[in-house]
Design a protein around this ligand. Structure first.
Ligand code: UD1
Length: 431
């Protein structure tokens, strides 16, 4: 199992190209099997989670071709099964999207319950409420598999009790092939909800209002093939923005939609960074010590929970006291212990972290507790005095393509190593 060895202290400077959005790709791959025609998708990230989703749809008979690293052609007409149960799919949260897509197309689905990062309880009651309102019956089989089936799906009026990205996406998929009209109220407005709606519409679905809190779906009998390009990854882009800020660097982040990054840009400006936006790039320049600010995670367009650990790492180096409040997931401060071992001064009180900025972090051996916290700890290590080792990087590789290479290209001293010998070699080279 690999780990990153990092020598901190270098400002990150240069340009970085952002890939396709992981969370959009996961939903789009699940939805791609809702037609019998060929689907061609570009800007597909090459990451562990998206590759697991591709394996999952292959396991029920879809033929998957990779014409290039970032494109995929899917032939769903060969699908013969509706049961998704493999060790690998248990590891990803988005496995549940196959419930919505298989139920919509075939009116039956058997899928293992979702895994993913352990950042909280993450119930799926709103997904179940939505499917049930459309006429499906769901039950848990022995071993935990969720069995969902319906004689037919009929449109309905569904009010989500919590703003849920996953439930909005799942209901949109199933309702696209239900009879009649579905209205989702209190829907999630995240960019990848809109991207999935655009993808389904390009297949002949009739979805209006995605990106607002009321989504209206007129069910259609059939979906057809399409060619589609996935939006850039908002969170990958945000991670590099914060990396620029924390290392006092200057990074131009290319192939982004600046509008999706507004909440992050706004916070970085409050912290004293300069932000220069163009049509499809954002440049973050940090020349002086960061200033404190307060951050509260909220559904889009609020500050994303998936950026909370990275931002806390940057605020841990800012002057003054910052308060970071996590309002989406209840277990998302697990990385704070690791950061404290690097010299951070952070106290977690319930759903808030009180962050007293320190001058610098010091290198340590730390372990990535989940995907985004893992990326945040890498940023901390890149700012730190001395060497750090980041373990459990399989979490980071779930959602960041070539993370270490992109950071190296920006001047970061980071390498993925598989042995103590290679770690020592890195340390001697960078002594
Ligand atoms: C998605 C993202 C994840 C991001 C999160 C919030 C994917 C694959 N993952 O996760 O990266 O952190 O959105 O932006 O896109 N909830 C319920 N009942 C439900 C569903 C959700 O109570 O049935 C709660 C959750 O516990 C959480 C909140 O609603 O407190 C938001 O969760 P949700 O938006 O569903 O997150 P995910 O779709 O799992």
């Amino acid at each position: 199992m690999g780990k990153y060895v990092i020598k901190g202290g270098n400002p990150l400077v240069g340009e970085v190209e952002i890939g396709g959005a992981k969370n959009a790709a996961l939903a789009i791959l699940a939805a791609a099997i809702m037609t019998d025609d060929v689907v061609f998708i570009e800007n597909m990230p090459d990451e562990a989670d998206t590759n697991v989703m591709l394996q999952a749809i292959e396991s029920i008979g879809a033929i998957v071709e990779r014409p290039s690293r970032h494109s995929v052609r899917i032939h769903p007409s060969h699908i013969t099964g509706y049961t998704i149960d493999n060790d690998y799919i248990r590891k990803i949260r988005a496995s549940y999207y196959l419930l919505g897509s298989l139920l919509g197309k075939y009116k039956k689905a058997r899928v293992v319950p979702p895994g993913g990062c352990t950042i909280g309880l993450r119930p799926i009651d709103q997904h179940i409420k939505g499917f049930t309102a459309l006429g499906a019956e769901l039950h848990n089989e022995e071993g935990g598999i969720i069995d969902a089936r319906a004689d037919k799906l009929e449109g309905n009026h569904i009010y989500l009790d919590v703003v849920s990205v996953g439930a909005t996406i799942n209901i949109m998929m199933a309702a696209s092939m239900a009879e009649g009209k579905t209205i989702i109220e209190n829907a999630a407005k995240e960019p990848h909800v809109v991207d999935l709606a655009n993808f389904l519409n390009s297949m002949g679905a009739d979805i209006k209002g995605a990106g607002t809190d009321v989504v209206k779906i007129n069910g259609v009998k059939k979906l057809h093939g399409t060619e589609y390009t996935i939006i850039p990854d908002q969170i990958e882009a945000g991670t590099f923005m914060v990396a620029a800020a924390a290392t006092k660097g200057d990074i131009t982040i290319k192939n982004v939609i600046p509008k999706h990054l507004e909440s992050i840009s706004a916070k970085l400006v409050e912290m004293g960074c300069q932000i220069h936006e163009s049509d499809d790039a954002v440049r973050v320049v940090a020349t002086k010590r960061l200033q404190n600010t307060h951050v509260k995670t909220l559904p889009y367009p609020g500050f994303p929970t998936d950026m909370q650990p990275q931002m806390t790492v940057a605020l841990g180096l800012a002057s003054g006291i910052s308060i970071v409040t996590e309002s989406i997931f209840e277990n998302r401060f697990k990385y704070v212990n690791e950061l404290t071992r690097m010299g951070a001064c952070i106290k977690v009180e319930g759903s808030s972290a009180i962050v007293e900025g320190v001058d610098k972090y010091t290198g340590a051996t730390i372990s990535a507790p989940d995907l985004r916290a893992g990326a945040a700890l890498v940023i901390a290590a890149l700012t730190a005095e001395g060497f750090s080792t980041v373990e459990d990087i399989m979490y980071i590789e779930r959602g960041y393509e070539d993370f270490d290479k992109k950071l190296r290209d920006l001047g970061g001293h980071i390498e993925k190593v598989d042995s103590e010998y290679d770690a020592t070699k890195f340390k001697l080279k960078n002594a």
